[in-house]
Design a protein around this ligand. Structure first.
Ligand SMILES: [Zn+2]
Length: 426
């Protein structure tokens, strides 16, 4: 599905030129945002940056709602009211950045926003303070070029994305809605993505009410069927983990999506706890895992499959049959959930955005899929057609010397401004 470019109007050309001419201001704003230290984890450090965002959005003429998504951790939602009768657009971006890992491996101060040649370096340069910046420049340029919009323009600066915390979800629960949403996660300002994968965590616990001494392990060796105990770590390794891995292997064949490469339905076991006493056969073992599911699947169905395979494996095991595993879908720790995005490639907003990008890039743009994990699913679940489009490169995020190409941020701002003008305009 390719969008062909139609010519830009004179005022649209002026708008794009105006943004290209605002590059210094764009760079300065991006550097200022990078200097707010908002790594997450640990999180809880967003308040100052969010006050700055609130003030910046107010300067754009927006009505600003600032409210705690979590205690002391504010979200900021700006609304630029249109004169009525037009379509509304929501930009969503997260103010938190990835955890600072290996600070010594950085060639530049990760919080300085150093400019070198065509790039800005810093934690969050790509993911995604550049998108936050570009969206502000886009909206400001529309005003400066005299655009009067019919539809509302909404801007969300949310907390908590990097740790699966309820920033965007809190906006949805507060009732923020629009006719179309753009989540500014990195696509190099090169692609418009209409998919995202779903994610949830769960835990599986094996336990035995009774204690059995180390020396009784010989009962296991001799396969004494009268013996009531077992080693819970061993059962996890021999029965539960193989069952989960076989399910994941089956998904490789059965779970596909037309826009995604194979193999994105996954199960990752990321933590094991239990045991610890030399003289006791481990009485408890808990496994923590992440399930990644495709946008055309549902968390409920996937949970059903996991439940079924664990129960079936346990039924076949002499000891587990009498000591059934407990599966928790809301684990006490690591309780994370992301919803998938599966916006249609015929969606009118997605197609218009691809067309705008094509005109700015001067080449055809195809709506594509990507197995990204992000906040946009909450918006789509609230009935808002949602796509992913933003500056920055996925390959450089969450690692030392993260950077963004300044030209990508300019392209993003130009495309977004052109889109808003056409979507929410006259
Ligand atoms: Zn991000």
């Amino acid at each position: 599905l390719t969008e062909s470019a139609s010519p830009l109007t004179t005022s649209e050309t002026r708008l794009l030129d105006h943004i290209a001419g605002s590059t210094d201001a764009l760079v300065a704003l991006l550097q200022e945002l990078i200097r707010f230290r908002t790594p997450n984890p640990p999180g809880g450090n967003e308040a100052q940056a969010q006050e700055f965002m609130a003030a910046t959005l107010a300067d754009l003429g927006m009505t600003v709602d600032i409210f705690d998504a979590l205690p002391g951790r504010p979200n900021v939602v700006g609304r630029l009211e249109g004169r009525g009768g037009g379509r509304s657009i929501l930009f969503n971006g997260h103010i938190d950045v990835a955890e600072l890992q290996a600070p010594d491996a950085w060639s530049h101060d990760p919080f300085a926003g150093v400019r070198r040649g065509s790039r800005i370096y810093g934690l969050g340069a790509s993911d995604m303070k550049s998108a936050l910046t570009g969206a502000i420049v886009a909206i400001r340029s529309l005003r400066e070029c005299g655009y009067e919009l019919a539809g509302d323009v909404l801007y969300e600066s949310v907390i908590g994305e990097e740790a699966g915390e309820p920033g965007t979800r809190a906006c949805v629960e507060r009732g923020v809605r629009a006719d179309f949403a753009i989540v500014g996660e990195s696509s190099k300002s090169d692609d418009v993505f209409v998919t995202g994968v779903g994610v949830f965590n769960f835990s599986v616990t094996l336990s035995d009410a009774l204690s059995h001494h180390l020396i009784q392990r010989n009962e296991l060796l001799l396969q004494n069927t009268e013996f009531e105990g077992h080693n819970c770590i061993q059962k996890m390794a021999e029965v539960i983990i193989p069952a989960l891995l076989s399910l994941e292997q089956a998904w490789l064949e059965t779970k596909t999506h037309p826009l995604l490469p194979r193999g994105y339905a996954m199960l990752n076991i990321f933590e094991i706890e239990g045991g610890g006493n030399t003289f006791i056969l481990p009485r408890e073992c808990k496994l923590h895992a992440t399930a990644v599911y495709l946008p055309n699947d549902s968390a409920e169905l996937v949970r059903g499959e996991i439940n079924e395979i664990i129960n079936a494996a346990s039924e076949r095991d002499e000891w587990l049959k009498d000591h059934p595993p407990v599966i928790s879908w809301q684990p006490e720790r690591h309780n994370i959930q992301f919803l998938p995005i599966d916006t249609s490639r015929t969606d009118v907003g997605a197609r218009l955005l691809a067309q705008c990008l094509g005109q700015v890039r001067r080449r055809p743009v195809t709506l594509a899929g990507r197995a990204a994990i992000m906040d946009g699913g909450w918006l789509e679940a609230a009935g808002i057609p949602t796509v992913v489009f933003g500056p920055g490169d996925r390959r450089v995020i969450h690692r030392p010397d993260e950077y963004v190409e300044i030209s990508d941020v300019v392209t993003f701002a130009q495309t977004l401004a052109l889109f808003i003008a056409r979507w929410s305009g006259g």
